[in-house]
Ligand binder design. Structure first.
Ligand code: AMP
Ligand code: ZN
Length: 110
């Protein structure tokens, strides 16, 4: 998607602080962290949101979730929070599906 900022991050057209990358996913630091550690995990496939996911994406989404503990552990987190905002009314700002991984600094407020 040419006008998607996360696709541009994948293509290195926009700089980011990458912490993990492979053929299917990219993990980078959120530019406006809401916790001492705030990472975003995205698929390299452009899927606008969780609302647009189809059965064809189930392996990819399962894979992403299965990678979260490894990423969190590497980031030094003993516990973490995962968030997927979906749709404008769900707080989504960037329409390329992403998993927020937050933690560090004690218990998270809610
Ligand atoms: P959401 O509200 O779930 O769509 O979250 C989008 C997140 O992307 C926000 O936490 C932003 O701070 C973050 N963000 C936006 N632009 C960038 C960027 N260029 N690099 C890193 N994080 C970004
Ligand atoms: Zn995209």
């Amino acid at each position: 998607m040419s006008d998607c900022i996360f696709c541009k991050i994948i293509d290195d057209e926009i700089p980011s602080s990458k912490v993990y990358e492979n053929e299917q996913i990219l993990v980078f630091k959120d530019i406006a962290p809401k916790a001492p550690v705030h990472l975003l995990m995205i698929p390299k496939k452009h899927i606008p949101s969780l609302a647009e996911v189809t059965a064809d994406d189930s392996d990819l989404l399962g894979y992403m979730l299965s990678k979260v503990p490894e990423i969190a552990k590497t980031a030094g987190l003993k516990g973490f929070r995962t968030i997927i905002n979906t749709g404008k009314e769900g707080g989504q700002i960037v329409f390329h599906i992403h998993i927020h991984i937050l933690g560090g600094g004690g218990s998270l407020p809610f």
